[in-house]
Design a protein around this ligand. Structure first.
Ligand code: 6PG
Length: 263
């Protein structure tokens, strides 16, 4: 990430792990990377396909992308937005990942409605909704050499338990106990801790991306972040399994989350 602003430059405490002083620094670096990748992929293949993460961390990133400083640097007409996961609530529900992106980003930019690919996780037939999202991916994204749809960029967060997207430790995965085994592209796992289903891209899809950027902030994530980066957990944490073997994986983190990595 080039540092062309007053923010102090990042410290790379491990390969691909860039530490910023705080969440605003992480959000700014992520916005700069989004602009750079959008320009690159639109120039090389005419479109930019990016999946947004949920939770709270990305809100500042979305606000930056919607700001005068960044909005006009992105060709939104050639940008397609997707989601890495979604809660099983209506899009106007306060817990909706789409709803947060709508408030902080989508309603402020001139993106074509057909370029916004929402996970319809509120529908009663979740399996059908997941298959429909797989069709959306098949219709819009190129496939990689393994036959998996290939995003240009996927933003991901990570919970204190090491979950990412809606892939939680020990969650029920259809047909397998290990998320690496699924051949599905989109699943609807039941998440015990929330007593609710979620809809999520699967590991093979996350790992097929050209670039995955994790945004991780807060001291409550320090232990899991160290485990993920150093690969010390067995069974591995879900976030640890996102290795992006044929692409680039970057962690943009704040000092609190990186506290156990900074020697
Ligand atoms: C979700 C997210 C989830 C999130 C992490 C971190 O739907 O909740 O996709 O994977 O990224 O839980 O959430 P915070 O950014 O709120 O800490």
């Amino acid at each position: 990430m080039n540092n062309t602003n007053a923010f102090p430059g990042p410290r790379e405490v491990r390969p691909g792990v860039l530490v910023y002083p705080d969440l605003p620094g992480v959000a700014r670096a992520a916005a700069q990377e989004f602009v750079k990748l959008a320009g690159r992929f639109i120039a090389t293949h005419g479109m930019f396909h990016a999946a947004l993460s949920g939770g709270n961390t990305p809100a500042q990133l979305f606000r930056l992308l919607a700001s005068d400083e960044f909005r006009q640097s992105i060709n939104w007409a050639s940008t397609h937005l997707y989601w890495s996961d979604e809660r099983c609530v209506p899009p106007d529900h306060p817990d909706s990942n789409f709803g947060m992106a709508q408030r902080e980003l989508l309603q402020h930019i001139s993106i074509l409605p057909g370029n916004i690919h929402r996970m319809k996780a509120e529908l009663p037939d979740l399996d059908r909704a997941a298959k429909d999202y797989e069709d959306t991916l098949r219709q819009n994204l190129p496939l990689n050499f393994e036959g998996f749809p290939c995003f240009d960029l996927i933003f991901l967060g990570m919970g204190p338990d090491g979950h990412t997207a809606s892939l939680f430790p020990g969650a029920l995965f259809p047909g397998c106990g290990d998320p690496r085994q699924t051949s599905d592209w989109v699943i609807t796992p039941y998440v015990e801790k929330f007593q609710a289903h979620r809809m999520s891209l699967t590991l093979p899809i996350l790992n097929a991306a050209r670039e995955v950027i994790f945004l991780v902030t807060g001291a409550d994530k320090a232990e899991s972040l160290r485990s993920v980066i150093e690969g010390t957990r067995n069974p591995p944490l879900p976030a640890q399994l996102v290795t992006v073997p044929n692409g680039r994986r970057v962690f943009l983190v704040d000092e609190s989350a990186a506290s156990l990595l900074i020697s």
